[in-house]
Design a protein around this ligand. Structure first.
Ligand code: DAH
Length: 330
């Protein structure tokens, strides 16, 4: 037994120590073997053997633990020394920072709508049920709430699932007319190739006197905006449903990968969906007590825009902070 104390003391690395641990404490280790011998010992001897062995077991465990900590500390120190950087050294290499592709895309979206006189609003990430759902014509138990897997807190608080609540906040605190966009982070319980629990949206809202805002206005500005973002693409509007707009549409651009011929990314359709929009539902105006107004609204996902602009395949790569990926966007 005694030799093992020496061996533990002399171990030079965590790996060697681990081998010793297996030899001593493992199923086929020396301790197990010694304990097994008890079976054949006489009853008087058994108690003494057990006592001795348990003493060794405890003592060896203590040695082992102390040595492991010492070795780990040393290995960490060595690693830090080996990787140390002398910050006082002169370097000819200089690396300029750059915006993350998502932020750069967001900036470009904001740039467009600012130039069109839309104010930028932010709201809050922790929202209440009224702003995130109720006022947007999504009453409790409305099936459309299932479209948005929500993170809930106590007391009707939640992480906003879209930037649409900023519409409500803005209308509650200002009088019409309104021209605003709301860029920001939103949260949903989703994680796969095309979904992350946090992502970014830009919401848009325009409100003016009754009869002044038409679908044609909405169509014009979104077409112009999408050409600003993606260059010379075709744009089409497809009827759709959103609780807060009626009528509603989803907007597609011709596929930026195959130019509309059909490929894997656009599922051979030649089109990519990029936006949701519509004419603001009267129920929304009622919730914020706006009278005799008309308006349009739209919402888009910034990561999706960034992926299409930079031809990035996996959404998650935008969140991994991989310097090799990010360097490509300098
Ligand atoms: N809030 C929607 C979502 O998160 C996006 C959206 C669609 C916003 C249509 C709008 C709209 O304002 O009119 O999926």
């Amino acid at each position: 037994m005694n030799e093992w104390y020496e061996k533990i003391k002399e171990a030079q690395s965590v790996e060697v120590l681990e081998e010793i641990r297996i030899s001593v404490f493992g199923k086929k280790g020396v301790l197990a073997a010694e304990f097994a011998k008890m079976k054949t010992a006489s009853n008087e001897d058994k108690a003494q053997i057990a006592k001795d062995l348990n003493k060794h077991k405890q003592a060896l465990t203590n040695e082992f633990t102390a040595k492991k900590i010492a070795l780990q500390t040393q290995e960490l120190k060595d690693a830090m020394l080996a990787e140390a950087i002398d910050v006082s050294l002169f370097s000819t290499e200089s690396q300029a920072g750059a915006l993350h592709p998502v932020m750069e895309t967001m900036d470009r979206i904001v740039e467009y709508f600012s130039s069109m006189n839309f104010a930028v609003k932010t709201g809050t990430m922790v929202e209440d049920d009224f702003n995130n759902f109720e006022a947007l014509n999504l009453p409790k138990y409305h099936p459309a709430r299932d479209m948005q897997d929500t993170f809930y807190f106590k007391d009707e608080l939640l992480l906003r699932t879209h930037t649409s609540p900023v519409q409500i906040r803005t209308m509650m605190s200002t009088k019409p007319p309104i021209r605003m966009i709301a860029p920001g982070a939103v949260f949903r319980r989703d994680y796969d190739l095309t979904h992350t629990p946090m992502f970014h949206q830009v919401e848009g809202l325009l409100v003016d006197e009754e009869g002044k805002v038409s679908f044609a206005n909405l169509k014009y500005i979104l077409e112009d905006f999408l050409k600003f973002m993606f260059g010379d693409v075709n744009v089409r509007f497809r009827p759709s449903f959103f609780p807060f707009t009626e009528p509603s549409a989803e907007v597609d651009i011709s596929c930026v990968f195959c130019k509309g011929d059909g490929c894997r990314v656009c599922s051979q359709t030649g089109w990519l969906e990029v936006l949701g929009c519509g004419i603001v539902d009267q129920n929304v105006f009622e919730a914020v007590e706006y009278k005799n107004v008309s308006g349009y609204a739209f919402g888009l996902g910034v990561e999706r825009f960034a992926m299409l602009i930079h031809q990035i395949g996996d959404l998650r790569s935008l969140f991994e902070g991989d310097i090799k990926l990010l360097e490509q966007f300098q």
